[in-house]
Design a protein around this ligand. Sequence first.
Ligand code: GDP
Ligand code: MG
Length: 597
Amino acid sequence: VPTSNIRNFCIIAHIDHGKSTLADKLLQMTGTVQRREMKEQFLDNMDLERERGITIKLQAARMRFIYENKPYCLNLIDTPGHVDFSYEVSRSLAACEGALLVVDASQGVEAQTLANVYLALENNLEIIPVLNKIDLPGAEPSRVSQEIEEVVGLDCSNAIHCSAKEGIGISEILSAIVQRIPPPLDTAERPLRALIFDSYYDAYRGVIVYFRVIDGTIKKGDRIVFMASDKDYFADEIGVLSPSQLQADELYAGEVGYLSASIRSVADARVGDTITHYSRRAEQSLPGYKQATPMVFCGLFPVDADQFPELRDALEKLQLNDAALEFEAESSSAMGFGFRCGFLGLLHMEIVQERLEREYNLTLITTAPSVVYRVNCINGDTVECSNPSVLPEAGKRRSIEEPFVKIEMLTPKDYIGPLMELAQSRRGEFKEMKFITENRASITYILPLAEMVGDFFDQLKSRSKGYASMDYSFVGYNESDLIKLDILINGDIVDPLATIVHKEKAYTVGRALTQKLKELIPRQLFKVPIQASIGAKVIASEALSAMRKDVLAKCYGGDITRKKKLLKKQAEGKKRMKAIGKVDVPQEAFMAVLKLE
Ligand code: GDP
Ligand code: MG
C-alpha cells in the first residue's frame, strides 16, 4: 500500500484497563489472526507476563483493513505497562503517529495513564480516547470522559465507547485510526534512518531487531550500521510482523518491520538506536537515544556453591536478550561466590530472578536491593557504590549522595492523609497537591529512591484499598546524612545484611531489624546473639535462645513414613537457607530490612 495508507499506532493504558484484550480484538476483527490460533492474549507472549498480567516486552503486529474500499495497513506497536520500562515505552511511541488512550470507564484516569499520555504528547502523537468496559454495570463513560478532558486536556467529544471483551466499538476504533491518525511522511528518498523499538535474542538467528523506518528504504542484504554502537552488519533477512515474521525484500519510510543480521547480543542493537546504511550514512541519528542505566542492585548467590558456574552461564544468556541487565562477580565472606546485579527497577529484578530459577533451575539467595550511592571521599575521589557492604569507611568519606525520584500519586480524596503519611515517613518532601476532579487528587513528592525500593508500592496499594496509583521518575543526586548499619550474627559481621540508612533512622531500623531477624532465623542448638552496629558501636541487640535437642530426638524411633516426611520437609526448608558460620539463615532474612514496619 502507498505510504498515505499506512497508520502506525500504539495503545496506552493503565494496567488492567484492557489493552491486551483490545489488541486481541483488533487482530481478530481484521482477520490478522484466526480465532483458533489465538492464545489467550496474543500480544503478551511470555509466560511470566501472562501470569502476572503485565506486558514486559514489546511486540508489533501489522493488520490489513479495508476502509471505504481502500486497503490500509495498520501497524500496532505494543508498549510495556510498567514504570521500570518507561524508556522503552517512549521509544515505541516515537515509532508511531498516533495512540489509542484506553481508559476503563468504570475506573478513570490513573497515574500510569497520565505518564504515558504525557510521553505521547511529547512525541506529538494524535490521541484517540477510548472508554473501555462499557458493558460493566458500573461504567460511567461520561464522567470518565469529563475526567480525561479536565486532567489531560484532551477533547473527548468524539471518544469511542467500547467493550473490548464483548467486541463493542471495535470497528469504530479501526475507522478512527484511519480517519484521525495522520499517515507517516513519505521520506523514502532520504538516507535511511530506522528507529529500533525492540530487540530480542534468538538462539538460532541471533538478535532480531524490530524497527520503524523513519526515512529512506532498507533492502534485504543491505550493509547497515547501528549509529550508537557503531557496529555494522549485513541485513540477511528483513520482513514484516503479521504478527508472525513474514519475509520481505524491501521496506520503505513509514513501515514497521524486523531484521536479522547475525548480531550476537542485544547490547549491539539497543532500543532507541538508529539504523542507517553503511555507504549512504544519515548525517544525524534520530533523537532520544539513551542507554538504559540500572537503578537497583542486589547480590545473587547460589544456595549450593557448586551452581556458581551455572549461574554465570544463565546470566550471560539472559543478558544476550536484556541489554539493561548488568552483573559482575562478587565474593562475600558470608555468602561465598555470587554476582552483584543491576536492574532498571524492582519489577525487572523480580523478573530476572524468577527466570533464573524457573528456566535455569537455580536456587538462589537474593540480598536486599540497594540503590547506587555516590561517595565523595576525603582524598577528592568520588566512588559509586551499589553494595552497602563495601561502602568506604567512615574515616575516608566526606559525604554521601543518593538518587532522588519524583513520585506522583493519584488517589481518591479519602486516602490523601494515609498516603501523605506514607511519603513523609519515607523522607518525602512535599511538592504539591492538585484536585484533578472533585473526588480525586494528585500528590507529588520528592523522595530518595532507596525509600521507594521495597514495599512503597505495596503500602500505597494497601493504604488506599487498592484505589491509588503512582508513577515516578528519576530527578538527580543529592547529599544525605547517611551511615552504614552492620548486622552481626553470632559475633560475625554478615556483609549481605549491611544497609545504608539515614542517621536519624539508624536506631529504629537497627532495633526493628534485629527483632525481625530473631523471628526469621530458626533457633539453633546454641544461643545466637543478633546485633546491629554502627562502626564498632553496637546499637541494638537480640538473642535467639538455644533449641532443646530432644525436639529432634523425639521423631526417631517413630514410624518410618513419618520420619521420612519430616526429613523431606526439613530438606525443602533447607533449600533457601545459607549457612553463615554455624548459623543457617533463610532467604527471608536477607529481605527483612524491606519489611520493617
Ligand atoms: P491490560 O493489563 O491493559 O492488558 O488489560 P487486559 O486486557 O489484560 O484486561 C484486564 C482485565 O479486564 C481482564 O480480566 C479482561 O478480561 C478484562 N476486560 C478487558 N476489557 C474488558 C471489557 O471491555 N469489559 C469487561 N467487563 N472486562 C474487560
Ligand atoms: Mg496486558
